[in-house]
Write a protein that binds this ligand. Structure first.
Ligand code: NOJ
Length: 562
């Protein structure tokens, strides 16, 4: 028998979330750029998926050097996206449809065009100087050897001041000095501003990077990307600052938080998200499951390993069970499209449905990224000049130096964040129905004539309609949300099989991650004849004895209800 525990119910555990990356979601005013008017038009569509919340990637005023993750004004909307009134209309429209709204809170860094930074550059005695990490160089050398997460040094020299400032991301994204209590007060004010307006929570951008080790010591290690990360990926005052945000602000609202947490392990995560008085965040976006085809990040590409993926999932499911809550995702604006990575382009429909089932039937809050629900794919542009994402352009340069141009371009096609940032494909009309402008701001994937929402709406067996069934099934069955998890066939490099258990109700989720037919026998305690086939991505799902032969990329979910 699988051990079960009582899990405390909460709305943030039961919801499913749709992520909107606004620039590419829907253009409502015909200028080629996605905007809030476009979102407003599509609220019914989002609701129709069966989600309960929308997470908006940054909508704030920004020079767009990192497409919104470089914020110049935390209290206003990027004019290209609309106005505060447009935002209020979206907020109201979402709430009226029973959906919550989650904002991106990006406070590890600002834009170099933020007023604070412009002030901080004016001199050592400026009250904003200490909002950032300004340091003198060591002779002709930078203050330390840290490298930016986007490649290149993490320090930029300012001639006027004869000092360097720290930027863990792009040059235009100076890091905020969270050790300065005034900066923390600013962060809390920003939180209150949006919560008072009615938003329901925050996705907190690289929140585990906000505390840097005192003295900012150089690293004994060298990588072209992220050297020095051990000094801030889980810094000395992180707990303190997260607790302060919670006690002073978040606990006074009915809101949720999900923190983005690169290099996170379950042990460290529990420290921040285990339920109880010391809990700092509701959940975390870790990255371990996004490394089944790479070493740490998609540019260090390796062959996909199902065993690696399963190990990570099972660890997170087991280690958090009864203690903390998982955030589940397989795509977002930083990750190439999942069908190209863990699925099969040849079996696009089957594998997209399988991947959806595989992660949404686990315990946790599922996040679905725009376009994922219709199985959008990566695109391969001919020239590096066609790409716009800063990390793509920087990583390409590093890869070209190390591996040559051809390999570097292959990596761009595989790993670029731009893969996930092409306009959402709404129809087979020009520009995929994304905009009425002559051109969309970025390349539309040429496959839009076949892969688009309008087409998917017509087909009851589309990926889109499968997502709807899956989310409905999750909502109607507590076992999917609160059940205990147990993995089977762990040694298989083709099958991912797990069960979920709640009281006397149980589920069996069987996935064939391969182009082959694979035979499967149900584990003891699962009598297929007495179970109900609740979800599947093929027709004619017979059984043979207490098992069946799985077809390529077949997924099946069996349910036994008490
Ligand atoms: C993580 C965000 O998801 C990513 O898009 C951004 O570039 C970095 N943090 C820096 O803000």
């Amino acid at each position: 028998m699988v051990q079960q525990q009582e899990i405390k119910r909460a709305w943030y555990k039961e919801m499913a979330v749709y992520q909107v990356w606004p620039r590419s979601f829907k253009d409502g005013n015909g200028d080629g750029i996605g905007d809030l008017k476009g979102v407003l038009e599509k609220l019914d569509y989002i609701k129709s998926l069966g989600v309960d919340a929308i997470w908006f990637s940054p909508l704030y005023v920004s020079p767009q050097k990192d497409y919104g993750y470089d914020i110049a004004d935390y209290r206003n909307i990027q004019p290209e996206y609309g106005t505060l009134d447009d935002f209020r209309a979206v907020l109201e429209g979402a709430h009226a449809r029973g959906m919550r709204v989650i904002m991106d809170l990006v406070v590890n860094h600002t834009s170099d065009q933020h007023q604070w930074f412009l002030e901080s550059k004016k001199g050592d005695d400026n009250p904003y100087h200490d909002y950032y990490f300004w340091r003198k160089g060591k002779g002709k050398r930078r203050p330390n050897n840290w490298m930016s997460t986007f490649a290149g040094p993490a320090w930029e020299y300012d001639e006027g001041l004869d000092e360097y400032y720290l930027h863990l991301f792009a040059v235009e994204q100076p890091d905020l000095n969270m050790d300065n209590p005034k900066v923390r007060e600013e962060v809390k004010d920003i939180m209150r501003y949006w919560l008072d307006m009615g938003v329901d929570g925050f996705r907190e951008d690289v929140i585990t990077f906000i505390s840097k080790k005192e003295g900012l010591p150089s690293s004994p290690y060298y990588f072209p990307v992220g050297t020095g990360i051990e000094n801030y990926m889980h810094g000395p005052h992180l707990d303190e600052y997260l607790m302060e945000f919670k006690n002073d602000v978040l606990s006074h609202y009915d809101c949720m938080t999900v923190g983005e947490a690169p290099m996170m392990t379950t042990k460290k995560a529990l420290h921040h998200i285990a339920e109880g008085p010391d809990q700092q965040l509701n959940m975390m976006f870790h990255f371990e499951h996004m490394s089944a085809d790479c070493m740490f990040f998609s540019w260090l590409h390796t062959k996909f390993s199902l065993k690696k993926l399963k190990k990570v999932y099972t660890r997170w499911q087991k280690d958090l069970y009864g203690k903390a809550w998982n955030a589940l995702y397989i795509e977002n604006h930083d990750q190439p499209r999942i069908v190209n990575r863990y699925g099969s382009v040849q079996y696009r429909k089957e594998s997209a449905k399988l991947l959806a089932t595989m992660y949404i039937c686990q315990s946790g809050t599922p996040f679905i990224y725009q376009g994922q629900e219709i199985g959008m794919l990566n695109l391969a542009l001919d020239s590096i000049d066609d790409y716009v994402d800063v990390s793509t352009l920087n990583n390409y340069q590093v890869a070209k130096k190390l591996l040559g141009e051809k390999k570097a371009m292959e990596l761009v096609h595989y790993a670029s964040r731009d893969n996930a940032r092409t306009p959402v494909q709404w129809s087979a009309e020009k520009n995929a129905g994304f905009t009425t402008a002559e051109n969309a701001w970025f390349h539309v994937n040429p496959n839009y004539t076949e892969i688009n929402v309008e087409e998917a709406e017509k087909d009851p067996d589309s990926i889109l309609n499968y997502y709807r069934r899956l989310l409905k099934f999750r909502k109607e069955h507590d076992v999917v949300i609160y059940g205990a998890y147990e993995e089977y066939n762990a040694d298989s490099d083709k099958l991912y099989v797990y069960g979920r258990f709640l009281g006397d109700t149980k589920l069996l989720v069987v996935n064939n991650f391969s182009d082959d037919n694979v035979s499967f026998t149900a584990p003891q305690d699962f009598d297929l004849a007495s179970g109900k086939l609740a979800l599947s991505n093929y027709e004619k799902c017979g059984t043979l004895g207490n098992g069946f032969a799985l077809r390529p990329w077949e997924t099946r979910v069996y349910l036994w209800e008490a």
